[in-house]
Write a protein that binds this ligand. Structure first.
Ligand code: CU
Length: 154
């Protein structure tokens, strides 16, 4: 007896899912980029001062600098180090010490910056909030050799 296998055809039922959703009902929020026109408080100019040994003279270059309140002075350790930046507290205008103390990293004493022994080390001092006036400073290791400078804040 022969067994006839019958192939049953498969009925493929297509289930049509008709669900169109409206894509991204965007609420049109007008993003207004509010740019404060000319905000000087964000950060002022940057000034560079080198600390170096030139011939037999230890010096800041430039030794005298005029900046605006809010500017940043970046000291560069070039040669003849160790150098540092120490402000004469009595040379600073009233209200000037606190912003500097807040800005100077790793002070050895108030208004006395750390000694730089690494070549090309940089030390940034922000004069944000510093009142106008003269800020005289010196290099602790080389004060006797006349290494000093002055920053005038306008
Ligand atoms: Cu020095």
């Amino acid at each position: 007896m022969r067994v006839t296998s019958m192939v049953a055809g498969l009925a493929v039922i297509l289930a049509a899912c008709g669900g169109e959703k409206k894509a991204e009902d965007q609420s049109t929020t007008t993003a207004t980029p509010e740019q404060p026109a000319a905000a000087p408080a964000a950060g002022g100019a940057t000034h560079d001062v080198k600390m170096l040994l030139e011939g037999s003279t230890y010096k800041y270059d430039p030794a005298e600098l005029t900046i605006k309140s809010g500017d940043v002075v970046v000291f560069h350790n070039v040669s003849g180090f160790p150098h540092n930046v120490s402000f004469w507290a009595d040379s600073i205008p009233a209200g000037g010490a606190e912003p500097l103390k807040a800005s100077m990293a790793d002070q050895m004493a108030p208004l006395e910056g750390p000694l730089f022994t690494e070549p090309d080390a940089v030390y940034k001092i922000s004069f944000a909030g510093a009142p106008a006036g003269e800020y005289k400073y010196y290099c602790l290791p080389h004060l006797a050799l006349g290494m000093k400078g002055k920053i005038t804040v306008q």
